[in-house]
Design a protein around this ligand. Structure first.
Ligand code: M6R
Length: 610
């Protein structure tokens, strides 16, 4: 959470910072601020609200964002953790010679605060970040590296900092522990930020800042050192997308654009991994020996990524006949999980930075499990911590609600399940080839599904005044219901719940009364008749039923109010198509309620705090 950026170079810093913050705004949007060297001192401008509010404030102060006066500064867009959303709590924070911005949480800030207060250093905000500024200032005697090293020994928690020292003009110091930071040097100067989207206008080559290393940004170069000041050579990575991928491209919202990008994102994720009609991870450097001796699989992730895991579990268990469990990453390490060297732990994350997922991964490694992650962001912490990585090639996902990353995660899980089954002799070559063809068939079918836009928009109009909604399904449809439910509540603020259809009558059916919407997923042939009975149960209570089936499945009009028919596809692949319907349903419902689709309240895209 929170987006940070630092720039020092040969062009106007304020413009680089504001552009960068605009690109990073999906990471947090409670308040925003910048600090920059100008006329021999550091000036700070910050405000509650979005980056647009900051731009207005800059303009009102008669300081143009394109003022050429400053060529070095830092910027922050906040997702509040400690202290309310106020101007004072907005970053940057200054203490003496130190001005800094921070992404993360300083866990022992109370303890540090007591110590600093005893020295007469009194914070004016309620943030943990200001404590870090006060601490660093108390340790700074002109040697920035020395002060940073001493501060790091005292600070516990997750952090990425960009720091200006008043007596070192045009230089930015940066370091991180867990929270993400990437940096690049370009002809305009040196830039560092939480995410590549803020850098891509300047360079496609960048490096991920290693944890507990210090980055010193100067106009003409970037110096990377360890905490003892030893020079370290950064490992340069290259992104294969450009800024158009991180812009709306004519769509009114990122979410809608990203929903429509799913055929491409699936193509990019699946095609390179099918060789000679079989799933193949040679280019990913994932050997079949990974599957040797595996007796159990644990999938761990958060939110939508965890829901992808629920679908993956069904596929893996069915093909491998091995126990597969899906664990919420935030609970994982507190449950003393049973994992050993014969366990394969699969972590799933779009950002690759989710703190709970990262912690679950680290614990799994400590306990000797083999680890594989399914990640969208190249070089992210989760990717780097895993034994093996399967990248989803979904491109940057900017909307807070995850869409294209979810279906790309499903694709990776399917490829993995089929390769595992084939490599261990549980699936014949011909059968595996046939399944790969089915997986490829998903892409045109998904394109066709996207054309149902209009009917979904119409249904959403009926939902906009509702307060509660249920998603029901069986098997894969239940797993998908969980995803439909989070998507809807996340951006429409309508309360919803996902229920295994057969479970409703054990309590929750009492909430289903006249007009209560029930989205009934009935794409699975094996349980179709049972599912229809469950739909009758809710219809008998006068629910407003939105039925989703596959083409060819018969349904009496008396059991539904709306019927969405998906293109014909094998049951196992239906989640890809139905997911798109549920994404569009959430999108249009949010839109009709007049809400901020891409940046829902209280949330942020990348959850780097536990
Ligand atoms: O970056 P990650 O995939 O690890 O993020 C996990 C969740 O925070 C994320 O999927 C969240 O649930 C989405 N906003 C849901 O749309």
């Amino acid at each position: 959470m929170c987006g940070i950026i630092g720039f020092t170079g040969y062009t106007e810093a304020k413009k680089v910072l504001i552009d960068g913050l605009t690109a990073l705004e999906y990471r947090g949007y409670d308040s925003a601020g910048i600090a920059f060297y100008e006329g021999g001192s550091i000036n700070t401008i910050k405000t509650t609200g979005k980056v647009a509010a900051l731009t207005d404030k800059i303009a009102a102060l008669n300081t143009s964002a394109e003022d050429t006066g400053s060529t070095c500064g830092i910027g922050h867009t906040r997702w509040a953790t400690h202290g309310g959303v106020t101007d004072t709590n907005a970053h940057p924070h200054t203490a003496g010679k130190v001005t800094l911005i921070h992404n993360g949480i300083i866990e022992n800030y109370r303890e540090l605060e007591i110590r600093l207060k005893e020295e007469g250093r009194i914070p004016i905000s309620q943030t943990d970040t200001e404590i870090a500024a006060l601490l660093l200032d108390s340790l700074y005697e002109g040697d920035a590296l020395k002060a940073i090293k001493q501060a790091v020994e005292l600070i516990e928690g997750a952090y990425a900092f960009c720091i200006l020292f008043a007596d070192q003009p045009e230089v930015i110091y940066s370091l991180r522990n867990s929270s993400p930071l990437v940096a690049c040097h370009a002809k305009e100067g040196s830039i560092i930020a939480s995410d590549m989207v803020a850098l891509i206008d300047y360079s496609k080559d960048y490096f991920v800042v290693p944890e507990m290393h210090v980055v010193i940004l100067k106009k003409d170069k970037i110096i990377l050192t360890d905490l003892d000041g030893n020079l370290v050579c950064p490992r340069i990575l290259h992104v294969n997308w450009d800024m158009t991928a991180a812009k709306k491209g004519g769509y009114p919202h990122f979410m809608l654009k990203e929903i429509h990008e799913q055929p491409d994102s699936l193509r990019n994720t699946i095609l390179p991994r099918i060789q000679n009609k079989l799933p193949d991870f040679t280019a990913d450097a994932i050997p079949d020996s990974l599957f040797d001796g595996i007796t159990r699989i644990v999938i761990t992730a958060c939110g939508t990524a965890m829901h992808a895991g629920l679908i993956g579990r069904v596929m893996l268990e069915k093909l491998l006949r091995l126990p597969v469990t899906v664990e919420v990453a935030s609970e994982f390490r507190y449950q003393d999980p049973i994992i050993d060297k014969n366990t394969l732990v699969i972590t799933i994350s779009q950002s690759g930075e989710t703190a709970d997922t990262l912690a679950a991964l680290k614990l799994s490694r400590e306990r000797g499990a083999s680890t594989l992650s399914i990640v969208n962001v190249k070089g992210s912490s989760i990717a780097r911590e895993s034994d093996y990585v399967l990248y989803t090639h979904a491109g940057p996902e900017i909307a807070v609600a995850s869409t294209k990353a979810y279906t790309a995660q499903l694709a990776c899980l399917y490829l993995l399940a089929f390769r595992f089954a084939y490599a261990t002799g549980k699936l014949e070559k011909e059968a595996c080839m046939e399944e790969m063809q089915q997986l490829l068939n998903v892409i045109p079918a998904l394109e066709e599904t996207l054309s149902q836009d209009k009917i979904i928009e119409e249904i959403s109009r009926q939902l906009k005044e509702k307060e509660d909604l249920f998603f029901i399904g069986r098997g894969l449809d239940y797993a998908l219901s969980c995803e439909g439910s989070i998507k809807l509540k996340e951006i429409s603020y309508i309360h919803s719940e996902a229920y295994a259809a057969g479970e409703l009558k054990h309590g929750t059916l009492s909430l289903v009364t006249e007009g209560v919407p029930v989205v009934a997923l009935a794409t699975q042939q094996k349980v179709y008749a049972k599912m229809i009975s469950n739909i009758r149960e809710v219809k008998a209570r006068d629910a407003f039923v939105i039925l989703i089936t596959i083409s060819g499945q018969k349904a009496e009009p008396s059991i539904y109010d709306y019927h969405i028919v998906l293109p014909e596809i094998k049951d196992e692949y239906a989640p890809f198509l139905a997911a798109v319907i549920l994404q569009l349903l959430a999108y249009y419902t949010s839109l009709h309620r007049g809400l901020n689709v891409d940046q829902p309240r209280n949330l942020a895209k990348s959850v780097t705090v536990e």
